[in-house]
Design a protein. Structure first.
Length: 197
């Protein structure tokens, strides 16, 4: 288990030996907060599915958008990032959606990558529990988890600006953001994500 971050905390993406992480996986997960109800014949009905979408927004040093990775564009233009696909229910343990990034291939014009989750069906976050964002080191054997940010904020918003990775002179850092937003898909979240830079 990686370091548990609180809202606003940052972590340098370095290996234990001091080297920089080169390949990271950003995993996002969630569960439905809607309790299972008794069915007509007394059995439990399934919890309501919650469909959230994980996306990444690539910004330059001036806060201009350079690229988007989401369910309608699964790979970045520079070839550094790949979305593994859309999970429609949030069912099961572990990561529900994943974005893999080769930090060595990120375009030099990119200074920050912001990760967001949004509800295309406009389900609100009071229907969500156990939402998290984590960074996994895919450049090391066993792909250890480096950091995790557990979201505790529920409410009537339909999106969250979860976290970002930022380029610094010393290497990349990961920061937990956890800001509420509203929008169905990543194009509507560019403004709130830019405000979190």
């Amino acid at each position: 288990m990686g370091l548990s971050l609180q809202k606003g905390q940052s972590l340098s993406l370095k290996k234990a030996d001091g080297g920089q992480l080169s390949k990271v996986r950003l995993g996002l997960g969630w569960d439905s907060a809607t309790p299972a109800k008794k069915g007509f014949f007394g059995g439990l009905k399934k919890e309501a599915d919650v469909d959230l979408d994980a996306s990444a927004i690539f910004f330059d040093a001036n806060g201009a958008v350079l690229d988007l990775v989401w369910f309608q564009q699964l790979a970045s233009k520079d070839g550094s990032a790949r979305h593994t696909g859309d999970n429609l229910t949030g069912e099961g343990d572990g990561d529900d959606e994943t974005i893999m990034i080769d930090l060595t291939r990120v375009s030099p014009s990119v200074s920050q990558i912001v990760f967001v989750i949004s509800s295309y069906s406009r389900q609100t976050f009071d229907l969500v529990k156990n939402a998290f964002c984590r960074v996994v080191d895919d450049s090391s054997a066993g792909s250890p988890e480096v950091a995790r940010y557990q979201l505790t904020d529920s409410g009537t918003h339909t999106a969250m600006i979860m976290a970002k990775v930022a380029r610094t002179p010393e290497g990349w850092t990961f920061t937990a953001i956890g800001e509420r937003a509203n929008g169905r898909a990543v194009p509507e979240l560019v403004g709130p994500a830019a405000a979190a830079l």
